[in-house]
Design a protein around this ligand. Structure first.
Ligand code: NAI
Ligand code: MG
Length: 351
């Protein structure tokens, strides 16, 4: 198949891990005889430096006409002056909103070979396989903000339509998995949560083969640590999802190997590792490229419909996680390139 993929390497280790993911996509294209046209554009700090804008119009236009977008990371100390008018993160928020990618997917499983890196005991981590679906373009992050000398407000607003579309996505994904959805809210206190719960229940009626349970967010924060293997698909609103997915990431032991996908109505999705620009190790060839490579696997699956190719990449990564080489964040001594080469070699066995 033919596909146009836009890459937005961004700042810090973003370019290093994105280059590795592109190398894997090129290997997939060569092996399966696909034609992927990969086109690079600036975003974040590098875009501010070169154009004055965190999301230049040319970058946005390229993303809007692409089949998929692969992002590295944005931000860093150079651009973190709180008084600055433009900040790298604005580029990412604006891109998510412009692409309408309202559902943020974060799969989480813990490879047995990495269990020692997790703060949880091995037996708790066995069989952990959760897919978080976080609402990404509504709620408190996008509501009206006010600020006076002695008070501030962040409006949290959700419409039925916003809740319904993300809930449908979660139920549809659960159908391809263990057919269980946990909806997380704070319906005992918040009006938006009561609307959330009522809407999710209504959507659930269209998916009678999927079981729905509700959890309050505070209790969910605890259950994720005590019984993580209990969960299949977890769907929640923007702010709760931001917090719970970072908590879940800590269970995996390292940020370096966790991917994400942000999806909207069309096929075009935004794919990025969950880690940031890691300024402490940027430019040294030490970054773990597996989060970016697994994000490319999600791109193959969700935007291009290439399930076999996605599984081949995931199997190659699992093999490298198990047998090494590993980067320092996973307890090894290897650099980015050695890990990439190992993935490319393993891919030949799995493709
Ligand atoms: P971070 O994720 O960049 O780094 C946290 C720690 O994890 C650091 O010690 C780093 O070296 C390590 N780490 C992260 N990714 C790694 C990888 N692939 N391989 C090996 N080690 C890795 O988070 P931090 O330090 O809070 O933020 C740094 C900058 O990144 C900030 O400017 C922040 O705003 C930005 N950021 C950007 C995100 C994005 O683009 N989506 C997300 C989170 C942070
Ligand atoms: Mg976060």
């Amino acid at each position: 198949m033919k596909a146009r993929i836009v890459t937005l390497p961004g700042d810090g280790i973003g370019p290093e891990v994105t280059a590795a993911a592109v190398a894997v996509l090129n290997a997939v294209a060569a092996h399966y005889e696909h034609a992927f046209a990969v086109e690079e554009h600036p975003i974040g700090g590098i875009a501010i430096d070169t154009t004055g804008e965190p999301l230049p119009a040319t970058t946005l236009a390229a993303c809007q006409s692409a089949d998929a977008v692969l992002l590295g990371a944005v931000g860093g100390p150079k651009w973190s002056d709180p008084a600055a008018k433009v900040r790298p993160e604005q580029g990412l928020l604006a891109l998510r909103a412009a692409l309408g990618v309202y559902a943020n997917l974060r799969p989480l499983s813990v490879h047995p070979a990495l269990a020692a890196l997790s703060p949880l005991k091995d037996e708790k981590l066995k069989d952990v396989d959760v897919l978080f679906v976080r609402e990404l373009t509504g709620g408190a992050y996008f509501g009206t903000k006010t600020r006076s000398a002695d008070a501030a407000t962040d409006e949290c607003r959700y419409t039925v339509a916003e809740i319904e579309r993300v809930a449908r996505r979660a139920f549809a994904l659960a159908r391809g998995r263990r057919k269980h959805v946990t909806s997380v809210d704070k319906a005992n206190v918040l009006e938006t949560s009561r609307l959330w719960r009522a809407t999710v229940m209504r959507v659930a009626a269209d998916y009678p083969d999927v079981t729905l349970e509700h959890q309050l967010v505070d209790s969910m924060a605890m259950l994720l640590l005590t019984q993580p293997a209990r969960y299949d698909v977890v769907v929640t609103e923007n702010l709760f999802g931001d917090i719970l997915t970072d908590e879940a990431a800590a269970l995996a032991g390292s940020l370096g190997l966790l991917p994400s996908a942000s999806l909207g109505e069309g096929n075009c999705g935004l794919y990025e590792p969950i880690h940031g620009s890691a300024p402490d190790i940027a430019g040294q060839g030490l970054a773990n490229p597996l989060g970016a490579i697994l994000s490319a696997a999600l791109l193959l699956r969700h935007s291009l419909g290439l399930e076999g190719e996605a599984q081949a990449v995931e199997a190659a990564v699992a093999q490298v996680v198990e047998h090494g080489p590993r980067t320092r964040d996973l307890g090894g001594t290897a650099g980015t390139d050695a890990v990439l080469q190992a993935v490319l070699t393993a891919l030949e066995d799995h493709a």
